[in-house]
Each structure stands twice: as structure tokens, then as C-alpha cells.
Design a protein around this ligand. Structure first.
Ligand code: SF4
Length: 374
């Protein structure tokens, strides 16, 4: 793998990260939206230069898998031509925004994101894990989503600027929101925030112009598979799309698509076509998290997603199958947790990956038998 691939780095298209199945190339669609042409093109380049698998990330981005070092330069060229990657790596890195995916043209989320994109060169250089959240709809959707500098609604409906980790934000005037975001990001850098690493860990006193005045509103219900005012929401099992399936499932008839941070796609307008995605909000796969596991991750010694798909209907509550104790797919406690260890599986309850097992060192079949399979 190439020398620029650094494990632990938050990757983007210009700085891909090496995984067991090749480079991971992250794509950050503007306003979390892919036109039909972009989605079609993305599937084509994924098949031509990667392994055809595309991950949805918890920041509303996409990640092409299985890209070789040799294929990467051509892939980048094609992603730039699709207007999915900025030609300037520095600008690409600064464009780390998470946007409420249910925006409408001309609403506050759309307007503020456009303003921020227009002043990208004023955004300070920040590590890839640090980003902006623009969640300005009438009902907040991204309260639990990661992001350091946040535009949200207060309980009274005002737009506020809030540093992640602080309980309240500053009321903003119409039109000032993007410049306030940039100003807060600059303050973060100047006040030593990069040493803390993330806004939630930065305990410096807020600047006088950004007092913590108004608490954010409670979060609204997250999107679920089914009809939506903008079209339809479809779930994506384990957050992984298969480009071959998408292209074979009537992609040419598909409307533009919004990427969400919840392993779901919001299809604009047209009724969903046969894309082998989740349409039933009660589908047990929506309650299951599983990382890529072996062989895609070199730290995994077990396969994860086939097992998770078999276990999910047998489990009550949330299921987490993790290739190792790192627990990439889910940082929270889950009701049932299976963790790979030296080629076998540990089973724990109400735990995180690697939690103390109630049953240790099982094969997949032995583990499944604990849930009543024969
Ligand atoms: S949890 Fe472990 S096995 Fe799974 S993706 Fe993360 S590092 Fe790899």
C-alpha cells in the first residue's frame, strides 16, 4: 500500500486509508446529495477502480472500497469530473460538513450550507475528524450525530451556534450563520483546541461574542424506511451498498439521492425501484451493527456480516457483531454483542465490543445454536 495511507487518519479522497481490501476513498457529496448522474458515475467508478462496495458513513459520506494504488489517480480524476471531489486537496479537507438530509431548496439548512461552501477558503485547516453540522430544519435531526461546530434550533425556534459539548449556543442573526461558524472554528484553533483534539474536549472559556445562551431543541425522530415528504427512505443493511446491485436495480430510473448518517438513503421524488434495500421499518437488519470484519479488515479474524444477518431476526433489541474488540461499527452498549477473538466468537449482553463474555470462544454454528437454531 502507498506511503500516504495512515491508519487512524480520517480519510478523504485525496488521503485514502489502507484497509485489508485496498484503499478506502471517501467521497463527500455537497449538501449530502447525489444527482442521478453522480450516483450512476459513482457506481461505475466503484466497479472500474474498486471492488464495487460503497459504505455509508455516520457523517453522511460515502466510502469506495477496494481501490488499488495504481487505480487511485484515475479514480480521483473521474470523481473530480463528477464534481464529487474538489480539485484542491486543501478545499476537499475543509469541506467536512454534516447536513440535515431533509433540506429543501431555499430553507435555512440549504442557505447556510451554500454560504459556508462559498467561504470555504476562510475555514481554517482542521484535522479530518473535526467538522461542521448544519441542522437548521424546524425539527433537529442531528443531535446525536458527530460534529464540532453546530448550527441548530433552540427550543424556541431560534437559530443558534453551538460548540459541541456545550449545553447551550448563541442566537444568530439571519445571514450571519456561516460567518459565525467560520469564526468559531478560528477561535477553536487560536484557543488551543487542536491540542484537545475535538470541540467536546476543549474546555476553554467561550469567546465574548459566542456566549452559551440558548439550549438546543430536543431531537426529532430519525428518518425510518418508508414514504417521506420528499420521496422515500430506504435502509442499507450494515451501511454497505453494492454498485453492481444498484446498477442492475433500475438505477437509470432513480431520482437524486440524499445520503444520511443513519445508513439510509432518502430518494427524492420517484418511487423506489428494486434496489434490494430495506423498505420495512421493522426489518431486524436495522437493529444490527456489524463492521466489515474478515477479510476486508486485517485486524479481524472472523467474518461478521453474514453472521449478523443470520442472528438479527433471533435477537431482541440491538445486535452488534464486531470483528475485534475495537468495535468500529458501534461505540455504544448493545443488547447482544458478538466479538471476534482469535478466529472464534465471544458473546456478551448489554455490553460494548470486547465486553466480558457470557459465552466464550464459540464457532458461528455453536453461537447460533445458543439462539435456538439447529
Ligand atoms: S472492529 Fe476490528 S475488525 Fe471490525 S473494522 Fe474495526 S478494527 Fe476491523
Amino acid at each position: 500500500m502507498s506511503g500516504f495511507a495512515v491508519r487512524g487518519w480520517c480519510p478523504d479522497a485525496w488521503r485514502p486509508m489502507a484497509a485489508g481490501d485496498g484503499l478506502l476513498v471517501r467521497v463527500k457529496p455537497r449538501l449530502a446529495r447525489l444527482t442521478q448522474r453522480q450516483l450512476h458515475g459513482l457506481c461505475e467508478v466503484s466497479l472500474a477502480h474498486g471492488n464495487g462496495l460503497i459504505d455509508l458513513t455516520n457523517r453522511g459520506n460515502l466510502q469506495l472500497r477496494g481501490v488499488s494504488d495504481a487505480a487511485w489517480p484515475l479514480l480521483i480524476e473521474r470523481l473530480i469530473a463528477l464534481d464529487l471531489v474538489d480539485v484542491d486537496p486543501d478545499m476537499e479537507q475543509r469541506r467536512t460538513f454534516l447536513v440535515a438530509p431533509d433540506w429543501r431548496v431555499g430553507d435555512d439548512t440549504h442557505r447556510i450550507t451554500g454560504d459556508l461552501l462559498a467561504r470555504l477558503d476562510a475555514v481554517p485547516a482542521l484535522p479530518g475528524k473535526i467538522g461542521f453540522v448544519i441542522d437548521a430544519g424546524p425539527e433537529p435531526l442531528l443531535r446525536d450525530a458527530p460534529g464540532d461546530f453546530r448550527i441548530e434550533r433552540s427550543g424556541e425556534g431560534a437559530l443558534i451556534l453551538r460548540l459541541d459539548g456545550r449545553t447551550a449556543g448563541t442566537e444568530l442573526s439571519f445571514g450571519d450563520e456561516a460567518s459565525a461558524l467560520v469564526r468559531l472554528a478560528r477561535w477553536f484553533v487560536e484557543s488551543g483546541g487542536l491540542t484537545a483534539g475535538r470541540a467536546a474536549r476543549h474546555d476553554a472559556a467561550l469567546p465574548d461574542w459566542a456566549p452559551a445562551q440558548l439550549p438546543p431543541a430536543a431531537g426529532g425522530a430519525p428518518l425510518r424506511p418508508g414514504p417521506h415528504a420528499l420521496g422515500a427512505v430506504l435502509g442499507v443493511a450494515f451501511g454497505q451498498l453494492d454498485a453492481r446491485q444498484l446498477l442492475g436495480g433500475g438505477m437509470d430510473n432513480l431520482s437524486p439521492v440524499r445520503v444520511t448518517p443513519w445508513r439510509m438513503l432518502l430518494i427524492e421524488g420517484a418511487a423506489p425501484v428494486d434496489l434490494a434495500l430495506i423498505t420495512d421499518p421493522a426489518d431486524p437488519l436495522l437493529r444490527a451493527d456489524a463492521c466489515v470484519g474478515a477479510p476486508a479488515c486485517p485486524q479481524a479474524t472472523v467474518e461478521t456480516r453474514t453472521l449478523a444477518a443470520r442472528l438479527a431476526p433471533l435477537v431482541t433489541g440491538r445486535l452488534h457483531v464486531s470483528g475485534c474488540a475495537k468495535g468500529c461499527a458501534c461505540a455504544r452498549v448493545a443488547d447482544v454483542v458478538v466479538t471476534g477473538r482469535e478466529g472464534l466468537l465471544d458473546l456478551a449482553f448489554a455490553a460494548r465490543a470486547g465486553g466480558t463474555p457470557a459465552h466464550a470462544a464459540h464457532t458461528p454454528d455453536a453461537l447460533l445454536s445458543l439462539f435456538g437454531t439447529t
